[in-house]
Design a protein around this ligand. Structure first.
Ligand code: HEC
Ligand code: HEC
Ligand code: HEC
Ligand code: HEC
Ligand code: HEC
Length: 283
């Protein structure tokens, strides 16, 4: 029995040490390589900022960011604030591109390095001009927040937010001007989702809707209700064209349904005929 157990123990010991070596090699080789995905890489900003050494009023920032639309689109801390997320000791050094927290007047440029079209409209608007001249206009963060930023909609225009500096009347005129086009876009979005669920390919229509939406949402930042009204016809024309394509796809689905019912009835009919024939043949 003894002679039997000893080699078994040796085999086990060898196997588990080989296993440990293999795991170490695997981690070195693969887990920290970029193809393993951004999540597997060490991110010094997130680690240190979530840790207990962070002052309490900053500690929740990584959690807020994880609930944002930016997080879903892989916009990381350093994409906004600069710095080096790979090197904890130097990550907040200006030499590594760290720009820190923007002042309110610098926020439009801070966000606008990615949202270029919106920045352009904003800078030409009453809001942008008064931020630059008197510091009194709202900046991007006033309306969108900073870390928990969500997909935008006209719901952002509400009494709580828009009456801090002037009457709600002005804001409401703007909301009314946006309303019809915004509703049409929502309607088309749900119809496209519906078609996709039915197995239709709607890639081209989705892309057209996305670019129309982006252009229209950027238009808000001019805060020029007359301009919005003036361009509403053009946006409606583009949306109606997508609508027409949706109708075509729906017709096609109906045709397919009717045709398969027709085929089914045809086969049942044939079955009955064959059945009758074989009966008369037997008789
Ligand atoms: C979409 C851009 C964006 C991203 C991504 C982002 N931040 Fe910020 N952050 C800002 C802005 C803008 C401010 C200024 C806040 C303000 O004006 O209210 C700020 C402020 C801060 C502050 C200072 C807060 C204060 O009260 O003074 C800290 C700390 C911070 N961010 C850390 C982080 C960390 C850590 C991450 C990643 C988990 C991150 N940020 C991701 C835009 C961003
Ligand atoms: C080793 C810890 C550590 C790392 C790594 C780290 N931070 Fe910080 N960060 C801090 C501390 C501590 C503070 C608070 C300083 C204070 O007391 O005001 C801070 C403050 C900040 C602020 C607000 C103050 C300012 O200067 O604007 C921002 C923004 C910020 N960090 C972003 C980042 C980003 C982006 C990264 C990664 C590129 C990062 N941090 C990496 C510890 C860290
Ligand atoms: C590093 C580039 C980058 C920076 C800087 C940046 N964003 Fe974004 N933002 C993106 C990307 C990418 C998306 C996701 C794609 C999209 O929805 O357009 C996005 C989406 C958004 C959306 C939702 C868009 C929608 O579809 O409804 C808002 C609102 C937004 N960002 C506001 C801001 C604000 C405010 C700031 C500054 C505090 C900022 N962004 C800074 C890249 C950036
Ligand atoms: C931080 C202050 C502030 C906030 C918050 C604010 N505004 Fe304004 N708004 C201004 C200033 C300043 C002006 C331009 C100066 C003026 O005409 O009084 C302005 C002007 C306007 C105008 C008139 C533009 C024109 O050309 O006649 C509209 C429309 C408007 N704002 C809509 C909104 C909406 C919608 C919101 C909420 C989403 C909002 N504002 C929130 C400060 C603000
Ligand atoms: C006065 C409030 C206000 C300010 C200031 C503001 N926004 Fe917006 N933003 C909105 C509203 C409202 C919408 C949605 C418009 C709509 O639904 O037609 C929006 C939409 C967006 C979108 C979505 C675009 C898309 O593709 O769907 C982005 C991105 C964005 N804003 C970024 C910014 C940036 C960057 C700044 C600063 C330069 C900024 N916003 C300043 C209120 C504001």
């Amino acid at each position: 029995m003894k002679y039997f157990l000893l080699p078994l123990i040796i085999i086990f010991a060898l196997a588990s040490s080989a296993n440990a070596g293999y795991r170490e090699a695997f981690e070195k080789e693969f887990l920290y390589k970029s193809w393993g995905g951004e999540e597997l890489e060490v991110n010094a900003c997130i680690e240190c900022h979530s840790s207990n050494i962070m002052k309490p009023e900053f500690q929740d920032i990584p959690n807020q960011w994880k609930m944002s639309w930016h997080y879903q689109n892989s916009v990381m801390c350093h994409d906004c604030h600069g710095g080096d997320y790979k090197d904890a000791t130097m990550s907040m050094s200006h030499q590594r591109g760290f720009v820190g927290t923007p002042k309110p007047a610098d926020t439009p440029q801070f966000c606008g390095k990615c949202h270029i079209g919106i920045l352009r409209n904003y800078l030409e608007s009453g809001h942008g001009k008064s931020l630059q001249s008197t510091g009194k206009g709202p900046n991007c963060v006033t309306c969108h927040g900073s870390h928990n930023i969500q997909k935008a909609s006209i719901e952002i225009i509400n009494e709580g937010r828009c009456t801090k500096c002037h009457s709600y009347e002005r804001a409401q005129i703007m909301k009314q001007a946006l309303f019809a086009t915004e509703n049409k876009m929502k309607e088309i979005e749900s119809q496209l989702a519906n078609l996709k669920a039915k197995g239709m390919y709607v890639g081209a229509e989705n892309r057209e809707l996305f670019s129309t939406q982006a252009e229209f949402h950027a238009l808000f930042h001019t805060i020029d209700a007359d301009l919005v009204k003036q361009r509403t016809d053009e946006f409606m024309r583009r949306l109606n064209a997508i609508d027409a394509k949706i109708k075509e796809s729906l017709d096609e689905i109906h045709f397919r349904k009717n045709f398969s019912t027709f085929l089914m009835l045809l086969f049942i009919g044939l079955g009955v005929v064959v059945g009758l024939l074989s009966k008369t043949y037997k008789d």
